[in-house]
Design a binder for this molecule. Structure first.
Ligand SMILES: [Cu+2]
Length: 190
């Protein structure tokens, strides 16, 4: 997951030197605004199954307070001197480029249904820096699958309709985001 507001001065030509400086709408999560997919009829942006556990790497290209509803997440220890250096549960976390990617563990246990995750800067969330998350029962195929491909395999609700080029562009652009530079701990001194 990448949190990003497009600042041409701070992040020129991140993906392709010949490309326009800001390829994705500003601000966004994984190159998408909240209502983009809803307007195209997608039911949710991210799908998990009840009882599962996932490790998410959350990156930001500037500063964003990441916040999720319903289930808290376990923050993995990091070398940031701004956070407790032991695993701890939170529902909000500051993510900024200087600290590098943050690893968290998601563990939806019982609740099934939809809720949001978003940047907690009010102007960012109002401008679409938000995702609709859905927790499905593992046996609920209608909840999990957007449809099936030619081989009958489930296309995840978080995936793209085969003819939706905008959705595929967003996924490709997000995958192409470079990892933020690692923090320089030498600056902390001995
Ligand atoms: Cu933000």
């Amino acid at each position: 997951m990448a949190l990003r507001s497009c600042d041409p001065e701070a992040h020129p030509h991140e993906i392709d030197e010949d490309a326009p400086v800001c390829l994705c709408p500003d601000p966004n999560i994984s190159c998408r605004k909240f209502d983009e997919r809803r307007l195209r009829g997608y039911r949710s942006d991210r799908v998990m199954t009840a009882g599962s556990a996932e490790r998410w790497e959350i990156r930001a290209f500037d500063g964003h307070p990441f916040h999720i509803h319903i289930n808290p997440f376990l923050v993995c220890p990091s070398r940031s001197n701004k956070e407790p250096n032991f695993p701890h549960w939170r529902d909000a976390m500051w993510v900024q480029v200087e600290d590098g990617p943050r690893d968290v563990l998601m563990n939806p246990r019982r609740f099934t249904g939809q809720f949001v995750l978003h940047c907690h800067k009010l102007n960012h969330e109002d401008e679409g820096m938000m995702e609709l998350v859905e927790i499905c029962d593992p046996a609920d195929r209608e909840c999990l699958c957007l449809g099936t491909d030619a081989d009958g395999a489930c296309i995840s609700q978080a995936g793209c309709q085969p003819d939706d080029l905008q959705c595929q562009f967003a996924k490709t652009a997000t995958d192409a985001y470079p990892a933020p530079p690692p923090p320089d701990f030498e600056l902390c001194g001995p």
